[in-house]
Design a protein around this ligand. Structure first.
Ligand code: PMP
Length: 401
């Protein structure tokens, strides 16, 4: 059900959004609020030191701050602190699972179920695993309105399936997965399930324990945090049974030329000096988002999506993709105009959208288009941004006759 608008007026928190600029590309990356910028500046400018190794106070303090960021991530998605692995982002998290868990647990003849709408980062790592091990990949189709068709998934899943990996929210269509049902279907055949939460965590409350999933991944930079930091969450017993992804400093217990032993998770998966300041920035971003409240954010973005779909849907040359209740993201096409031209003309009106395949080429193929135009919302957007988009689209139609 669509929720009533709870207007947020937070654009003043975002110094990189000048007045009159409609930034509608949050699904690619979000702008950063002042508390995140301050946390980064403070960390590099006042409190900087390495973590986990220093014998001096500054390093001990930084270690506490780094581990406090891990606690914040665990609180944010609902897992245990030692179940949070810091990674560069969702892409690295999925590659980590495919390499470490996949190599250790999957073999030729095992099957993986993906869906037609996955981001390339939830396709290609599994194809690389297929090349290494001979696993088979199946693709779950979508419903007519662009959701992952879980009836089809139910019919496709067999005991040979060892993993189901699906987007919690589509980065192109905004469609929200019925995650509890997906988890139940995967577990019914004994498969593990990975949810790609990149587009979910900035716009809806997530609790991995309540969901009962096995792996959950997200990127900090789509959650109002810095680039280069993200999270892999998995249950302690799963992480425990996974070999290292990369070797190096920090991830070891003891090293000798004869035999090296590993640190327990999550350290086992964090080789090398980590993105210390990134973790602190992510902590500030989580605090910021929690301060607003995910329910308020969801209601806010839902209202903006409804305003956008109503206005664009009323224009007879515009095709809307995805379901009516998409979360924060609206993909569309203007008849006879390439999405790149739509994006360029909108830019002249200071409206920033994304045009392209959105790293989801198999979805574009299914939709029968080379690309879509996509508007995606964040906490800093308001009705005037939607109106600027709609006015811009009317200008596109005038220009192209
Ligand atoms: N999955 C989804 C659904 C995404 O939207 C993105 C980013 N567009 C990714 C994965 C990859 O995230 P990153 O590039 O931050 O690793």
């Amino acid at each position: 059900m669509l929720t009533e608008a709870r207007p947020l007026d937070l654009v003043a928190d975002f110094p990189a959004i000048p007045q009159g600029w409609a930034y509608l590309d949050t699904a690619a990356t979000s702008q950063k609020p002042k508390p995140v910028l301050d946390a980064i500046t403070r960390a590099y400018g006042e409190t900087y030191a390495t973590v986990h190794r220093g014998v001096y106070q500054r390093s001990a303090d930084m270690t506490l701050a780094y581990e406090a960021a891990r606690e914040a991530c665990a609180r944010f998605v609902g897992g245990r602190t030692d179940e949070i692995v810091f990674v560069r982002g969702a892409t690295e998290a999925i590659n980590l699972v495919a390499s470490s868990w996949g190599n250790a647990h999957l073999k030729a003849g095992d099957r993986i179920l993906l869906s037609q709408l996955e981001h390339h980062s939830n396709i290609v790592p599994w194809q690389l695993l297929r090349a290494r091990t001979g696993v088979e990949i199946d693709v779950c189709p979508l419903t007519v309105d662009g959701r992952i068709d879980l009836d089809a998934a139910e019919a496709m899943l067999t005991p040979a399936h060892k993993l189901v990996a699906l987007a919690h929210v589509s980065n192109v269509l905004g469609s929200v997965l019925d995650a509890p049902r997906a988890v139940a279907l995967a577990h019914a055949v004994g498969a593990k399930i990975l949810l790609d939460g990149c587009q979910a965590v900035p716009r809806m409350a997530v609790d991995v324990v309540a969901l009962g999933c096995d792996f959950y991944v997200f990127s900090g930079h789509k959650l109002y945090g810095p680039t280069g930091i993200g999270c892999l969450w998995s249950r302690a017993e799963i992480l425990d049974a996974m070999p290292p992804y990369q070797g190096g400093g920090s991830m070891i217990d003891r090293v000798s030329f004869v035999r090296t032993t590993w640190a327990p998770p999550p350290t086992r998966f964090e080789a090398g000096t980590p993105h210390i300041v990134g973790a602190l920035g992510l902590h500030a971003a989580i605090d910021y988002v929690e301060g607003i409240g995910l329910d308020a954010i969801h209601a806010h973005e839902t209202a903006l999506v409804r305003r956008t779909r109503d206005a664009l849907g009323a224009l007879n040359s515009v095709t809307l993709f995805g379901p009516e209740d998409s979360a924060g993201i609206v993909s569309f096409a203007v008849e006879g105009v390439h999405p790149h031209d739509v994006g360029t003309i909108l830019d002249e009106s200071r409206v920033a959208i994304r045009a392209g395949h959105h790293c989801a080429q198999p979805l574009m193929e299914m939709l029968g288009v080379p690309a879509t135009a996509r508007a995606s919302f964040g906490v800093y957007n308001g009705p005037t941004d939607v109106d600027a988009l709609v006015n811009g689209i009317e200008r596109v139609r005038r220009i192209f006759g």
